[in-house]
Design a protein. Structure first.
Length: 335
């Protein structure tokens, strides 16, 4: 394991003014998004959509890395260039989602466990050969009556640690993603409590498995009110609660934290990120790894029509620029 290389890659991923594009939607998820704008999900349409994103002029100003799906890392652009090579040419680091999805956690109604450890060591070697420099694994924690249980939190923390260990062994920076879902009507205080409990278990597991913390990236949720809650915490309260939880449980050796958008609209995710980065200097870089919050407006503008490609790329560039400004705490200066 080359710790210095892992550290250097991690720091490039959270460089000033930049963040990560999550383009690793599963076949089922991207099918829903394409079908929402009346486009059938085929290998061709999925490739065309992702090529639109990756070839947006100057997007490397705001995007440091892209998380790819297994299908995507094997695809070529229309000129025959493999997607990982296309990204490298723009100075963007290719990464890969390596979990195989979430499944019901046995004997724990309403809870999920992420799978994909079987054969992971061999798959990681192949992904490195295909050009990946970092990897990602998502765990899902739900909030409800009697959940999350400690058993579910601990099981997911263990799999995240095993993923991280195998990734670093292969020379990949692991993006550790323990997502405490925003779905529900819970108040922000409950979300903070369960996020803190989850992150504490994750870092206990990482340290037990001797993960090199300066060679990882944490991808957590923001601490917020449930999406169906009648009272929604404002961005300043979200920022304060998020920073308070992170300061309690995230070691300062971690180079960076890249927030997921978690079902928030592009505007909500951007404003919350700005508020978080307006809370003063923190031990880690605070950046973004958004999927829908970066892609949503561009997808609507594209509509599957080649004549709308430029307009869609302009939407993507504009949202990425706004998110970049928010990542630096400078969103208000641009308006």
């Amino acid at each position: 394991m080359n710790v210095d290389k892992l550290d250097a890659t991690a720091r490039r991923l959270v460089a000033d003014s930049k963040g990560i594009l999550a383009a690793d939607e599963s076949s089922r998820t991207i099918a829903k998004r394409l079908e929402s704008i009346g486009i059938p999900s085929t290998e061709r349409t999925r490739r065309e959509w992702r090529e639109l994103l990756f070839t947006t002029p100057n997007i490397q100003r705001f995007i440091s890395g892209v998380i790819l799906f297994d299908e995507t890392i094997r695809q070529n652009a229309s000129d025959g260039t493999p997607f990982p090579k296309l990204l490298w040419r723009k100075g963007i680091i290719p990464g890969i989602k390596v979990d195989t999805g979430v499944y019901p956690f046995a004997e724990h109604p309403g809870e999920k466990l992420t799978e994909g450890l079987d054969g992971l060591r061999e798959r990681l070697v192949e992904y490195v050969e295909l050009g990946a420099q970092f990897s990602k694994w998502r765990a899902v924690i739900s909030i409800g009556e009697g959940i999350p249980t400690q058993a579910c939190i601990d099981a997911n923390a263990h799999t995240l640690a095993r993923f991280a260990l195998l990734s670093q062994e292969a020379g990949l920076v692991p993006i550790v993603e323990p997502e405490v879902l925003m779905e529900g009507n819970h108040p922000i205080e409950r979300h903070a409590q369960e996020t803190e409990r989850t992150l504490a278990a994750v870092f206990d597991a990482l340290q037990t498995d001797r993960i090199t913390l300066r060679g990882i990236i944490l991808k957590p949720n923001m601490v917020a009110s449930g999406l169906e809650a009648k009272v929604q915490a404002n961005p300043t309260v979200v920022a304060q609660a998020t920073i308070r939880v992170l300061r309690k449980v995230v070691p300062p050796e971690v180079p960076g934290i890249v927030f997921l958008s978690g079902g928030l609209t592009p505007e909500q995710a951007t404003v919350n990120l700005h508020a978080i980065n307006s809370q003063g200097k923190q031990p880690w870089q605070l950046s973004y790894s958004f999927g829908r919050a970066l892609q949503g407006e561009a997808l609507s503008a594209w509509g599957g029509k080649s004549e709308h490609l430029k307009a869609a790329q302009e939407e993507f560039y504009t949202r990425a620029k706004l998110v970049s400004l928010a990542r630096d705490g400078g969103l208000e200066k641009s308006t």
